[in-house]
Design a protein around this ligand. Structure first.
Ligand SMILES: *Cc1c(COP(=O)(O)O)cnc(C)c1O
Length: 724
């Protein structure tokens, strides 16, 4: 079998003394290691911004004389040595949590499948929270030293770039990614031939090549159908995320699930646990069953054998949001596949049949649930909702006995924490806080941080965010011929002394971005109150096919454009990981208003809490666990939303009441102007103390590992023993 390996497409012309910058550019580790990005930025800061923090592009474009100067500058070279030595020691991974606690695990890796990964702004291959969670999962797995490999897609057109017209209508601009500019490497054999994996699609062969991204120690493999051998249509199969065309979607999912298993096998992996992040990759279970049937097992035996090693994480609390395919599509794409499983059409449909008013469909989450030994929701509440939702699959079980547990989502600290906040934590929590960041005891010391110091830093982060917002507005003003009111809508009148609320997320209707606009007069009074003003920053994309989502953006944008709000209501275009970082680090309050229980977990509020912002949220998802009465505020109660006009009005009123009578007065309650608001700072510290450890990806990954991955791997041991 040929040996396949990742090859770097760019070989940079670098001074020898700093010759390993190229290697660093091809490992995303630099994105979450404080100070590592300085190695690029300090060479030429303006270019670094121009290439939006893309080190591959940066090293290709930077003038050799700047590199030579850096190589001779003592201070730079010292930093270089320090970072490279930290990089080497990280990559050797000699002393990791995994090695210290689970060295007996080592039979094979965990395979993690997801249709999107949100890792960095230069890689727009994610749509929203699901992808960012998957990205954080990989980074934390790397930090802990877990043996994990990941599989997904590299979308040649990425997720779109958003522009909003003067009338508030979202326009999507298609991107075309040039992989030569990105930190991705094609997998080639010894002769330089690309690795190809193939699947059958309705009688034809679909090929895909594969790219690799180094996420610290974790390899992420990305499938790409844009190869000459495929028809034009098939070349475009992996062009974009989440097509609404079911034919295209099922084809993508066949490539991800079936092709993904084949790709890992060809690369020489023999995973002991297979993790499906959402149902898009559930066909992987069928390919794994097929492997066993080819080895001589019956289908039932095969299913029993593989099931314990599969895990399924569901993220969708509403039945309509789940991925399913009409029967005719299954007939079209699987009629050559089911004989290989020893099944007929009926037997195959029965694996995941879901009766719908409009006929039978094949449900990806049902397939995943039936073929997984372990399944989980992404918050405690979402676990309950999922057990209720899927109870019908096991009618003999009581709801609480349905085997769906939960692991509440967390965020990767190194990615989301402002660097200076990290320095502050080092100063007051002790140097080892990063090693123990999921340990609540470490965070008790947050009380030792002087108010003054924390407040000064929070103000600095807010100013930094506002500076970034203004710079974006300037670029739009110069480059895009927008109307002056759109410049104001882009945030140029925002002010650093004003209480600032952030609302940024996908514009899906259940998230109710317009809730705070229910009573515009009341809102305007809050925004413009004398000596106690408030400003609100909105951002978010709607899926291009989601008309109600786009209408929601328009409604918000029309309110934003009104002169009466004084430029204190703004909408920022093109929400992505980059903008998200500024917002979660810079705002005072993070607002979240979903219709409960539709927000399975949510993670942006966790990022904000880590940086010292306070959450103001419906008691849904993670917040129904995080809120303790003293670390933020709740809108409404712990009842599910009735999805009605009255509910919206009641929630909006509660929101205004809270702002008017608690939040705004608390923020502006200062001993003297310029001093920190004492009670506010107390809440901020309570919020950091309670939320930072509990909603970290560190805690999350340890739970996945100990509660789900280890039992999966051990099941492998048992089965092997039975056989021998
Ligand atoms: C964190 C994040 C999300 C998820 O936000 P939620 O509030 O959990 O929906 C979505 N998009 C981006 C860019 C993010 O960084």
């Amino acid at each position: 079998m040929p040996d396949f390996r990742a090859h770097q497409l760019n070989h940079f012309d670098l001074p020898e003394r700093i010759g390993r910058l190229g290697e660093l550019a091809y490992n995303l580790w630099w994105t979450w290691m404080p100070n590592a990005q300085d190695l690029f930025e300090r060479i030429e800061p303006t270019l670094w911004e121009e290439v939006t923090h893309n080190p591959v592009l940066f090293l290709r474009k930077v003038d050799r004389k700047h590199l030579d100067a850096a190589a001779e500058y003592l201070d730079y070279v010292e930093l270089y040595d320090r970072i490279m030595s930290a990089f080497d020691s990280y990559m050797r991974g000699e002393d990791t949590w995994f090695k210290r606690n689970h060295s007996d695990f080592g039979k094979g890796p965990i395979a993690y499948f997801s249709s999107e990964f949100g890792l960095h702004e230069t890689l727009p291959i994610y749509a929203g929270g699901l992808g960012v969670l998957a990205g954080d999962h990989l980074k934390e797995a790397s930090d802990l030293g877990l043996p994990l490999v990941a599989m997904g897609f590299i979308y040649t057109q990425g997720y779109f770039s958003q522009h909003v017209s003067e009338d508030g209508w979202q326009e999507s601009r298609r991107l075309t990614l040039d992989f030569g500019d990105l930190p991705v490497m094609p997998i080639l054999d010894d002769d330089g031939e690309p690795f190809m994996v193939s699947v059958e699609l309705a009688g034809r062969e679909l090929c895909a090549r594969i790219w690799e991204i180094h996420v610290g120690r974790v390899p992420l493999y990305l499938l790409d159908s844009n190869v000459d051998r495929n028809t034009n249509n098939d070349q475009a199969l992996t062009a974009r995320l989440y097509s609404s065309d079911p034919d295209l979607r099922i084809s993508q999912e066949i490539l991800l699930g079936i092709g993904g298993v084949r790709a890992l096998r060809m690369l020489g992996y023999n995973p002991v646990a297979w993790h499906m992040n959402e149902g898009h990759s559930a066909f992987l279970a069928l390919e794994r069953a097929r492997e066993q049937v080819q080895n001589g097992l019956t289908f039932e035996e095969a299913r029993e054998k593989i099931r314990e090693h599969n895990l399924f994480t569901t993220h969708t609390p509403v039945p309509a949001g789940n991925d399913e395919f009409p029967r005719w599509l299954i007939d079209k794409y699987f009629s050559n596949f089911w004989p290989e499983l020893g099944l007929d059409a009926e037997g195959f449909m029965a694996l995941a049949r879901h009766e719908q008013p409009w006929g039978e469909s094949f449900s990806m989450p049902i397939l995943a649930l039936r073929f997984s030994g372990h399944a989980n929701g992404v918050s405690k509440l979402h676990g309950q909702v999922s057990r209720r939702m899927w109870n019908f699959l096991w009618p003999a079980l009581k709801e609480e006995d349905v085997k769906i547990s939960y692991v509440t989502n967390g965020v990767h600290t190194g990615t989301w924490l402002a660097r200076r906040m990290g320095n502050l934590y080092t100063k007051y929590l002790g140097k080892e806080w990063k090693e123990k960041l999921d340990d609540p005891a470490v965070w008790e010391k947050v009380w030792d941080i002087p108010d003054e110091e924390l407040w000064r830093l929070r103000t600095h982060l807010k100013r930094k965010m506002l500076g970034y917002i203004r710079e974006r507005a300037r670029r739009q003003w110069i480059g895009e011929g927008i109307h002056p009111v759109q410049v104001i809508a882009s945030g140029v009148l925002l002010d650093s002394k004003t209480l600032t609320i952030g609302f940024a997320r996908r514009f899906a209707t259940y998230k109710r971005a317009n809730l705070i606009l229910k009573d515009v007069d009341r809102l305007l009074a809050i925004l413009n109150k004398r000596n106690q003003p408030v400003q609100i920053i909105f951002a978010g994309k709607a899926h291009p096919a989601d008309e109600p989502g786009k209408q929601l953006i328009q409604e918000v944008y029309r309110a934003v454009k009104r002169a009466e709000n004084g430029g204190r209501l703004v909408f920022l275009e093109d929400y992505d990981i980059h903008l998200a970082r500024y917002l979660v680090q810079g705002v005072d309050v993070w607002l979240n208003t979903p219709r409960r229980p539709n927000e399975a977990s949510g993670t942006s509020g966790e990022k904000a809490a880590l940086n010292g912002a306070l959450n103001l949220s419906v008691l849904d998802g993670w917040w129904s666990e995080g809120y303790n009465g003293k670390n933020g505020w709740v809108i409404g109660d712990d009842q599910d939303d009735t999805n009605s006009e009255e509910q919206d009005r009641a929630d909006a009123n509660k929101l205004y009441d809270l702002l008017e009578s608690e939040i705004v007065p608390l923020y502006y309650d200062r001993p003297t102007l310029g001093m920190p608001p004492t009670k506010w700072m107390e809440m901020v510290k309570e919020s950091i103390r309670t939320l930072a450890p509990a909603f970290s990806a560190r805690r999350m990954l340890k739970e996945y590992f100990e509660n789900l991955y280890v039992p999966s791997a051990q099941a492998a041991g048992r089965l092997e023993k039975v056989k021998s």
